[in-house]
Design a protein around this ligand. Structure first.
Ligand code: CP
Length: 307
């Protein structure tokens, strides 16, 4: 059996192109399972997984939980709100207490960049990073590239632009690493204040005009403005942001080719995307969500064999 080169999935930076291809091939098989009347396999029957979320989530938490249940794992869910974290318990104490209940794997979302990396130095269980602050969101990038491969046949050679709040986005960084490892040509587009100063060092193209970016690309992955992470004003108003960087269906229809529209969610409808664009035939946003379950099943299944 082929194996991943890592025993934790902390970031796309740490895995190889071969790891990503193995995850995709495994996810293809699980996607077939998910389309059957009986959507469950016994692959992780003796494994217990804790979903440990210190930040809000809808898609990631639910799709990890569903992936675990489809693999027949035992699942427990922890949210920091309503927990003893509110009484001052540390991250490491919290996780060690969960592990004392004979838990094998931890799926963790945390607001601090590097939190899962810190944990990996102190615990033995496999860890999957479900988003660490503004740093990485590896399973989102995997499901995004898997969805491009599904829609366009391959990721290699495709022109992908990531549009919006790159500065605060863990989705952007993980996508840049994944797309480059798979041979795509990557561009970022947004106001200069929402692009990190070092962005060109990552080997991506930079464009400030969203119309030029859309004319260049095969795929546009549009990101949410993360107001909750912004300590200062990066643009005058949301109205002005929408005026210069908002994408609507008219813009997509006016291109001289078909492009694929993606968004990791949650969407700020009427800010970075109009509803008519988000719900149009250009969009594969709900396919991304659907693919998240198969891709997360693949990640959990492959990591479980590395215990
Ligand atoms: N894409 C994503 O991470 O969404 P959630 O915050 O709802 O999990």
């Amino acid at each position: 059996m082929q194996e991943l080169s890592v025993r934790h999935l902390l970031g796309i930076k740490d895995i190889t192109a071969e790891d990503i291809q193995l995850i995709f091939e495994t996810a293809d098989n699980f996607k077939d399972v998910l389309n059957r009347p009986i959507k469950k396999v016994p692959s992780l029957r003796d494994i217990t997984i804790a979903n440990v979320f210190f930040e809000n989530s809808t898609r990631t938490r639910l799709s990890f939980e569903l992936a675990e249940k489809r693999l027949s794992a035992d699942v427990i869910n922890f949210s920091s709100s309503g927990s003893s974290v509110k009484k001052g318990e540390t991250l490491l104490d919290t996780v060690n207490n969960i592990l004392a209940m004979k838990v094998d794997m931890i799926v963790m979302r945390h607001a601090s960049p590097g939190a899962p990396h810190f944990l990996s130095r102190h615990i033995n269980a496999n860890i999957v990073n479900a988003g660490d602050g503004t740093h990485e969101h590896p399973t989102q990038a995997l499901l995004d590239s898997f969805s491009i491969r599904e829609k366009l046949g391959d990721v290699a050679g495709k022109k992908v632009v990531i549009i919006g709040d790159i500065l605060h986005s863990r989705v952007a960084l993980s996508n840049i690493f994944a797309l480059q490892k798979l041979g795509a040509d990557v561009m970022v587009c947004g106001p200069v204040t929402l692009l990190p100063k070092y962005i060109r060092e990552l080997g991506v193209k930079v464009e400030f005009d969203v119309r030029k970016a859309l004319a260049w690309c095969d795929v546009a992955n549009v990101l949410r403005i993360q107001l909750e992470r912004q300590q200062m004003k990066y643009f005058p108003s949301l109205r002005e942001y929408t005026l210069y960087y908002g994408i609507d269906k008219k813009m997509l229809d006016s291109l001289d080719k078909e492009i694929v529209l993606m968004h990791p969610g949650p969407i700020n409808r009427g800010v970075e995307l109009s509803s008519d664009a988000a719900d149009s035939h250009h969009s594969i946003i709900l396919n991304q969500v659907e693919n998240g379950v198969a891709v997360r099943m693949a990640v959990l299944y492959l990591l479980a064999s590395k215990q």
